[in-house]
Design a protein around this ligand. Structure first.
Ligand SMILES: Nc1ncnc2c1ncn2[C@@H]1O[C@H](COP(=O)(O)OP(=O)(O)O)[C@@H](O)[C@H]1O
Ligand SMILES: [Mg+2]
Length: 252
């Protein structure tokens, strides 16, 4: 295993799911063996991979209803541990004292040799997000270059910082990825500059690659397809390909 990557931002609509599917498919296209994990009850990643929501999810695994290896679906689009609306109940159902480490233990049981596990997280700093951060080796924060997102990044950083101090000292913040970016607008550029300052404060960076705002992403979503499969030649798919290159380049 090279890396377990969680993609986070507690704000909905910041581009998490799109980034997870593009990163996962991009790594797969490079020949790596990838596992997707969908921790969001909205199951948008599961829909994009066209997986079955009823075949077992992470909550089923954590409550020992099903083993992690059994729950994984191997599809043409990719291997996935699917999401389902049951995941919304996670905070009520998971009550053990060692509950933050449950996902880490489950992932340790994986038989299949994956190079990368990419984890889509819900838009909340809930028990599943905490579990994902404890189980991961790295984290990508996605954000739009907008005011509310600046505050969101601040909050998400505090959680990551406390996880690093208390539960997972090896967790690396890979950086902040700016999504739905409109290069030409002054407002976006100004916020991008502010975001650079925030990144510096947190000892991390903004990825050089930004992901443009493009209707093609919405079209791919409407067709239940990952963006890199739906429109591989589109500019936004190229942005994501460049992001994958940058992600891999940083690793060496
Ligand atoms: N680069 C982009 N350009 C245009 N729309 C986007 C882009 N990225 C995501 N979206 C759209 O924004 C919405 C939220 O994106 P999503 O990836 O689902 O975010 P999250 O998982 O953080 O809620 C979706 O409708 C998606 O199609
Ligand atoms: Mg999502």
């Amino acid at each position: 295993m090279r890396e377990i990557v969680a993609v986070v931002n507690q704000k909905g609509g910041s581009g998490k799911t799109t980034t997870v599917n593009a990163l996962g498919i991009g790594l797969k296209k490079k020949g790596y063996k990838v596992l997707f994990i969908d921790l969001d009850g909205q199951a948008n990643l599961t829909m994009a991979i066209q997986a079955d929501q009823s075949k077992g999810n992470m909550l089923d695994v954590l409550t020992k209803k099903i083993g992690i290896n059994e729950a994984i679906q191997s599809l043409v689009t990719g291997d996935i541990l699917a999401g389902d609306e049951e995941l919304f109940k996670a905070d009520i159902v998971i009550t053990d004292t060692n509950r933050e480490y449950a996902m880490k233990e489950a992932i340790n049981e994986l038989c299949n040799e994956y190079d990368y596990i990419v984890i889509d997280t819900p838009p909340a700093l809930c028990i599943l997000t905490i579990n994902a951060l404890v189980a991961s080796s790295s984290v990508i924060i996605v954000s739009q270059a907008e005011k509310y997102d600046l505050n969101g990044v601040d909050r998400v950083y505090k959680i990551i910082d406390s996880i690093q101090k208390q539960r997972n000292k090896d967790l690396v913040i890979r950086g902040i990825l700016l999504t739905m970016f409109r290069e030409r607008t002054r407002l976006n550029r100004d916020f991008a500059r502010l975001m650079h300052e925030i990144a510096k404060k947190f000892n991390t960076k903004i990825f050089k690659t930004t992901i443009r705002d493009s209707i093609v992403v919405n079209e791919a979503q409407a067709k239940n397809m990952p963006i890199l499969n739906y429109a591989p030649k589109s500019k936004v798919a190229k942005d994501y390909e460049m992001f994958v290159e940058e992600f891999l380049g940083d690793q060496q």
